[in-house]
Design a protein around this ligand. Structure first.
Ligand code: M6R
Length: 603
């Protein structure tokens, strides 16, 4: 995830851009850069790391009150390391671009452009955009036509701002898949990846839709879709600063739950193709000599590891064993070089997980990190990394990071299955559809959220919660219980539904709350019997299922799909919202629950 901003006007352009980027730093802070064009004079500054480094670098520059245009970018590295050369804006001879998203066909474009004599300074996918634009301009002589030709050659997701000395008062913009907002205010025209930088500056905004593009100057603005001019709908921007940071949500956790459907697409982007599954980070050779997989992680990441083990065994048919990192590190584990050692971590800094990784490396195992933070200690140490691309997660209770970890593990299972010959191209196509459906199923349905808000008031007391599920829904039950514990401080346990009869069912009475995960597509009859056994002991049961469960006191319906993974992702959202609403009713600080920290770098 990256953030982009743009400004047209004469109100201290440099600071407008830098302040806008500060609001977008949550989207990434691997590097930042700005480019300002005033009366054909171009100034460009880039710095690696946090925005303050860029501020320092650009401190001598003053935009004064001369009219000008500018673009800026804050980066969450996807293609190419977080170096200054890879920082945006990227440029060709006389044009500059910032981009959020991934250009999937950049290698092909790059090859073509290289043949024509273009040379590239960065390893990014973005740089092709600006070279392609200048090539198109040579041919078509008209900047808008060249821009149109350029964006119509791009595959993938993008929000783009482009400036060129050829038309020094204009910003060209385009949106497809990544967010872009156009704003107008008393002091100029603004662009940004989210509302936050626009608050207090723009009074009305257009939330651009996919496929829309256009250009703006101080006196003219044009919007297009499919080469036809549009009259976009401007909306008033009312929200205040504090509200904006959370994009109107009450808590970061809530915002992060709501953005999962978009984030999951970013996780898949460029990796799941129609007939293939690829990881640019490594090839299938990673599996040569590997007989089994061991995964180590903590907390939520441990739950996704457990869920992943079901997928890896079922889909890729590779024996997979999961361990809690803090247990693993002191048990004097017997490790085999034929084991692929995988660690999962949102932060990449969790001390126990890092230590487990060191042990595996010292024992000569191949190591793979599934991580959300590039350049973190875990990423730097592992032989291979898959970045989950969840973007910065601010809520201490992990939500979108979990969702992306599951998606990565699912993709990895397919990738390994393909290598081992367990998956045909036609199967990949089917899985791709399921993945897209799964991502879509995490889009929060407002009615469901309202229902959970109401329901939550019945679950504020009692002597505890059991979250129960079977198969891959057991780790999801563990995760549902952890979410509730972390932010509501109520006692909750995740349990395999079939195991209740071996002891915990003794706790069952009307004050025991059971949240039952009952997918239609996986062991439905089995879990139904387990729930009936608990209901017969008078426990209070809330069932999450597409099917009406007679023995349940409350039903939370999910959509009727044909895939248990779609059901998994939809239930995940239900559990996250449920914990959120219980916590809010109890008056707790959802984003900063007591006793916890986002990144646990101590033992
Ligand atoms: O950054 P990591 O994924 O390594 O963190 C592991 C756990 O500390 C983390 O998942 C923790 O359990 C979260 N607070 C869960 O919401």
């Amino acid at each position: 995830m990256c953030g982009i901003v743009g400004y047209i006007g004469k109100d201290d352009i440099k600071n407008r851009l830098l302040d806008g980027l500060a609001e977008l730093e949550y989207r990434g802070y691997d590097s930042a850069g700005i480019a300002i064009l005033q009366e054909s004079d171009l100034s460009i500054y880039k710095a690696t790391g946090k925005l303050e480094n860029l501020r320092e670098k650009a401190k001598e520059y003053s935009s004064g009150d001369t009219f000008g245009i500018g673009i800026g970018h804050t980066r969450w590295a996807t293609h190419g390391k977080p170096t200054e050369a890879n920082a945006h804006p990227h440029f060709a001879e006389f044009s500059y671009v910032v981009h959020n998203g991934i250009i999937e066909n950049y290698s092909e474009i790059k090859k073509e452009l290289t043949k024509k004599g273009c040379s590239f300074l960065s390893q990014t996918d973005t740089e092709v955009i600006v070279h392609l634009f200048e090539e198109n301009l040579k041919e078509h002589k008209n900047t808008l036509v060249a821009f149109e030709k350029t964006i119509s050659s791009l595959k993938g997701a993008y929000a783009i701002l482009l400036i060129t000395k050829n038309s020094p008062e204009t910003i060209y913009f385009a949106k497809n898949g990544s967010p872009l907002i156009y704003g107008k205010g008393e002091n100029g025209i603004y662009f940004a990846s989210s509302d936050a930088p626009l608050i207090g500056s723009a009074s009305e905004v257009v939330y651009l839709e996919d496929g829309e593009y256009g250009y703006a100057t101080n006196s003219e603005e044009k919007f297009f879709l499919d080469f036809k001019e549009l009259n976009p709908e401007f909306k008033k921007l009312h929200v205040n600063k504090t509200f904006a940071q959370k994009d109107g949500f009450r808590y970061f956790m809530e915002k992060e739950i709501y953005e999962q459907h978009q984030i999951l697409l970013e996780t898949m982007m460029g990796r799941v193709l129609e007939h293939d599954i690829v990881f640019e980070e490594f090839d299938a050779g990673i599996l040569v000599g590997v007989e089994s997989i061991k995964i180590c992680a903590c907390g939520t990441s441990y739950h996704s590891a457990l869920a992943g083990s079901y997928l890896l065994e079922r889909i890729a048919k590779i024996r997979t064993h999961v361990e809690i990192a803090s247990e693993f590190r002191y048990k004097e584990p017997i490790l085999k070089e034929s084991e692929l050692f995988v660690v999962i971590s949102q932060s990449g800094e969790t001390a126990d997980t890092l230590e487990a990784l060191k042990i595996a490396k010292a024992s000569g195992l191949k190591t793979l990190a599934i991580c959300n933070v590039d350049n973190s200690s875990i990423v730097r140490l592992a032989d291979f990394t898959i970045l989950t691309r969840a973007g910065i997660e601010k809520g201490v209770a992990s939500t979108k990071a979990f969702a992306t970890q599951i998606m990565v593990l699912w993709m990895l299972s397919l990738f390994f299955a393909k290598f081992k010959g367990h998956l045909q191209k036609s199967d990949i196509k089917k899985e791709l559809h399921k993945m897209i459906e799964s991502a879509a199923s995490t889009k929060v349905d407002e009615k469901l959220h309202e229902r959970l808000k109401k329901l939550s008031k019945r679950f504020l007391h009692g002597h505890g919660f059991f979250f129960i599920g079977r198969d891959i829904f057991f780790p999801l039950a563990l995760e549902g219980a952890l979410k509730l514990k972390e932010i509501s401080y109520l006692h909750a346990e995740g349990y395999p539904a079939g195991e209740m009869k071996h002891g915990p069912i003794a706790l069952a009475d009307s004050e025991l709350f059971t949240i039952a995960l009952m997918p239609k597509n996986l062991l439905f009859e089995k879990i139904k019997s387990n729930v009936e056994e608990i209901a017969a002991r008078d426990a209070t049961i809330a069932a999450i299922s597409p099917i009406c469960i007679d023995s349940a006191d409350d039903m939370i319906y999910i959509q009727n799909s044909d895939s248990y993974m779609v059901e998994f992702f939809e239930m995940m959202v239900v559990l996250q919202l449920f914990a959120l609403e219980v916590s809010i009713r109890l008056g707790n600080d959802v984003d900063m629950p007591r006793n916890l920290a986002k990144s646990v770098t101590v033992e």
